[in-house]
Write a protein that binds this ligand. Structure first.
Ligand SMILES: [Zn+2]
Length: 259
């Protein structure tokens, strides 16, 4: 039976100087080692360290699944030169001619994908190996997909930004939150995921249970800041703002509007 682990934690932490938008990089151990999303350059070192800890070199990864093509999920692709890259067909097609206003899918992503050793376009329900299949969850992007893994703990969903975090799941109407493509589809996809999976491995948060009112996280999490800004006299100039950022839906100019 395949197992799933977080290789690098996803975040959507905000700072006064911009967001820490790191996507989750997850690993499925089944018949094959499958990386789900690869992150971007800032995390190459971390991903290398985490892979080294389990005795794997990046060039030994033979299979990468992208939940979608957004830059923060895909820019590390050249770091896995021997991987066959699996992406939803609609997502691939979109990358070849993205909307010029789509800041998450710059035109060079299409080129990056075409440089992969091998690209395989998937459709809803396609199976990668026994117990590992994809579900189309469009809306956040044209061809977002989740990877569903049958484990001893039920179906684990590696859902990308169709449900970027726990906060998206506990909304009265769960959704992707940031919608680049289709609001109604984003809501349908979020609902479909919550009707299907036991555990959610989200795109920008840590795993949580799809159960009870709390949608409890599987484990606590912290982040350590190193080399924080200091004045010449050494005074620390980093602050923690406990106030939460309002969790609103952000519909991008590239999205088709509701109704
Ligand atoms: Zn995204």
């Amino acid at each position: 039976m395949p197992t799933v682990e977080v290789l690098a934690q996803g975040f959507m932490t905000a700072t006064s100087e911009g967001g820490l938008g790191y996507c989750s990089v997850n690993l499925i151990r089944g018949e094959e080692l499958t990386l789900v999303d690869v992150g971007y350059q800032n995390r190459r070192e971390l991903v290398t360290e985490r892979l080294a800890a389990i005795g794997v070199k990046p060039e030994e990864i033979k299979r990468v699944v992208l939940t979608h093509a957004h830059w923060d999920h895909s820019l590390n692709l050249p770091y896995f030169p021997n991987a066959e890259v699996f992406i939803n067909g609609a997502e691939y097609d979109y990358t070849q001619n993205p909307h010029p206003g789509d800041w998450a899918t710059p035109a060079y992503i299409g080129d990056l994908l075409n440089r992969a050793q091998k690209i395989t376009k998937l459709r809803d329900g396609d199976e990668l190996e026994p117990g590992v299949r994809v579900m189309a969850v469009p809306g956040h992007s044209p061809g977002s997909q989740a990877v569903l893994v049958e484990t001893g703990e039920g179906i684990v969903g590696l859902v990308g930004d169709a449900l970027p975090g726990r906060a998206a799941a506990i909304l009265p109407t769960p959704t992707a939150r940031i919608v680049f493509w289709d609001e109604a589809e984003a809501e349908r996809s979020a609902r479909k995921l919550l009707d299907t999976v036991s555990l959610v491995f989200p795109g920008h948060d840590r795993p949580f249970r799809n159960a009870g009112p709390g949608f409890d996280y599987l484990y606590p999490q912290s982040i350590t800041m190193r080399n924080p800004p200091r004045d010449t006299d050494g005074t620390l100039r980093a602050n923690i703002d406990e106030g939460a950022v309002a969790f609103v839906s952000l519909v991008q100019p590239t999205a088709k509007r509701k109704g």
